[in-house]
Design a protein around this ligand. Structure first.
Ligand SMILES: [Zn+2]
Length: 212
């Protein structure tokens, strides 16, 4: 009996020592102290692009945005604000106001592309024409990660004159990971695992850009 108690004490001591030996830096999440606004494009009466079998961009954007939010919070330790969390219609000005009022560090607008050509597919990310060097860097890093995930044609980290990018005051990007109008892609976008990975890889790009 006495031996057993002794062994138990030794094991407890060893366990506490090994726990204490873990460096504290390993416990610091990469985006601690960072605030991100995640903007799922479209919503409500505005479906965005629509797949041939009826999947809407607004649905997929929201699912990816929620996956991204969860990764940013759970893995990154970031604070996140969403411009919408359900199927509601939010104006572009409303999205910009929410982002600017929040004084967030970064703005991520999640979209999917559309084309009249059903064969067309590819991955692209946009920053504003007049955007900061930080926004272009964020765009390039997220594009790189998204390409790893989608394996689609590289349509580039581009610049555009999108309203939400032009008017938000923090560095921001707009993601177009794939074309929902491509029937094969539409099928993939119905898979919650595929959609989760898209959110996760956007997160990885953000960490590449600003993680500690
Ligand atoms: Zn869109």
């Amino acid at each position: 009996m006495g031996k057993k108690i002794f062994l138990c004490l030794v094991l407890t001591l060893m366990f506490s020592l090994s726990t204490a030996a873990i460096p504290t830096s390993a416990a610091t999440p990469p985006l601690a102290g960072v605030k991100v606004v995640v903007d799922p494009g479209h919503g409500g009466r505005d479906p965005g692009a629509v797949g041939i079998n009826g999947l809407t961009e607004k649905q997929v954007n929201l699912q990816v945005a929620k996956a991204l939010r969860n990764c940013l919070v759970e893995y990154g330790g970031a604070t996140v604000e969403m411009t919408r969390v359900d199927d509601s219609y939010v104006t572009l000005a409303g999205r910009v106001k929410k982002a600017n009022d929040s004084w967030a560090d970064r703005f991520i607008s999640v979209h999917h592309n559309g084309s009249v050509n059903p064969d067309h597919n590819g991955t692209s990310v946009f920053s504003a024409n007049n955007g900061s060097a930080q926004s272009h860097d964020l765009s390039a890093k997220v594009q790189k990660r998204l390409l790893q995930m989608t394996g689609l044609r590289d349509l580039g980290a581009n610049t555009a004159n999108y309203y939400v990018l032009r008017n938000t005051r923090m560095p921001g990007i707009l993601t177009e990971a794939s074309f929902i109008t491509n029937p094969k892609e539409e099928e993939k976008l119905r898979d919650p695992g595929y959609v989760w990975r898209e959110g996760y890889y956007i997160y990885r790009g953000i960490v590449d850009h600003m993680g500690n």
